[in-house]
Design a protein around this ligand. Structure first.
Ligand code: SAH
Length: 342
């Protein structure tokens, strides 16, 4: 703050990623004792269904060996562990695969290494160092929402940018003039969110699969059409709190604008699939059949967990509708599973 007010994106990047004080740099945020619970932590079926998605595409591509599986923001490594177990029965898949993780948190890297032992995992800070000499599948669950975004506020004669300033020892919101603008329709005082960082990430992921072959898949909470709305959100102990308190000790996110995300991929020349609701996506991949198979061998407590996990992942009042899925490829011959036909 020595340099005056900062935009929401800079504030978010520091709160989450500061090498010493950043939220993700210090702790494991997941689970009942943490701040939030994600789909892979709800049920093993989530990672298993993403395994079905990747295996199907890998088979459509003629089972390339080697290939790279790239996960963005793998959390505790649960999704990848479930995915690899589910694909274990597909001849050649696991042997052909090498794992690359985009992760900034040293705490979570350790947990990922433990969850994925004895697999050989390589970690990267960004997509820059991911190899492109073999086909790759890029996946990310609740990753795009963690990337910095900025907030524009409609004022009478144009746009201002929302900034965060220090007043005494408290953070407060303010406004600053800006060169940024948007075509999204808004009334005075409406907030519009833009995320150049997210678009750049998607575009870079697309460039990689264009060069190397393969596909990308992102799942997150968000909205299908760009629209006004303030979705800046902080979670601590599973409760929403003000993003300006508990700095570095709460998870900060925004809802993903899937129209903007899709546009970034189209601008990079990719074909896009979705966005589609997570419930419909998981059902199309066979999550109900998987749940039935698990239920056959389950005791009463396990059966309850399977049923409640299925409900949470797919029901429209839970994660089924709020969460969306979007996929990208460059190859006309590939038909990513799980998306309804256009
Ligand atoms: N995919 C996991 C975790 C989601 S939380 C799950 O579904 O459970 C977000 C993850 O992205 C964490 O692993 C966090 O450390 C990582 N992350 C957030 N911002 C990042 C950034 N800018 N660069 C690299 N990793 C990031």
């Amino acid at each position: 703050m020595q340099h005056g007010p900062m935009d929401v994106g800079r504030f978010m990047a520091l709160c989450l990623g500061h090498p010493v004080h950043g939220y993700y740099m210090k702790q494991d945020p997941f689970g009942a004792s943490g701040d939030f619970t994600t789909a892979p932590e709800v049920s093993q079926m989530f990672g298993e269904m993403l395994g079905v998605w990747v295996c199907d595409l890998w088979t459509q591509m003629g089972s390339p060996d080697p290939f790279y599986l790239v996960e963005c923001g793998p959390g505790r490594g649960t999704l990848m562990a479930d995915l690899l177990r589910a694909c274990g029965g597909v001849p050649g898949f696991v042997d052909a695969c090498s794992l690359h993780m985009i992760e900034m948190s040293p705490v979570l890297k350790d947990l990922q290494a433990k969850a994925l032992k004895p697999c050989d995992v390589r970690w990267h800070e960004t997509l820059n160092s991911v190899p492109d000499d073999a086909p790759l599948f890029i996946i990310g669950n609740e990753f795009l929402d963690a990337l910095p975004f900025r907030q524009l506020v409609k004022i009478e004669n144009g746009w201002a940018e929302r900034v965060i300033a220090l007043e005494g020892d408290a953070f407060v919101f303010g406004l600053k003039s800006t060169a940024l603008s948007t075509d999204i329709k808004a009334k005075t005082d409406d907030v519009i969110e833009v995320s150049p960082a997210r678009s750049a990430f998607v575009s870079q992921g697309c460039d990689l699969i264009q060069r190397a072959g393969g596909a990308a898949l992102f799942l997150d909470y968000g909205y299908v059409k760009s629209a006004a709305g303030d979705t800046f959100q902080a979670l601590k102990g599973h409760e929403p709190i003000s993003p300006l308190t508990h700095v570095g000790d709460a998870d900060l996110t925004s809802h993903v604008d899937f129209e903007a995300t899709g546009r970034a991929a189209l601008d990079a020349g990719a074909q896009i699939f979705g966005p589609q609701e997570q419930g419909a996506f998981l059902r199309a991949l066979g999550i109900d059949v998987r749940a039935q198979a698990l239920l056959q061998k389950a005791d009463d407590k396990q059966a309850q967990n399977i049923q409640s996990g299925l409900h949470r992942l797919t029901h429209c009042d839970e994660m089924g509708a709020l969460f969306k899925v979007i996929g990208f490829t460059y190859d006309d011959r590939l038909h990513p599973a799980g998306f309804s036909k256009k």
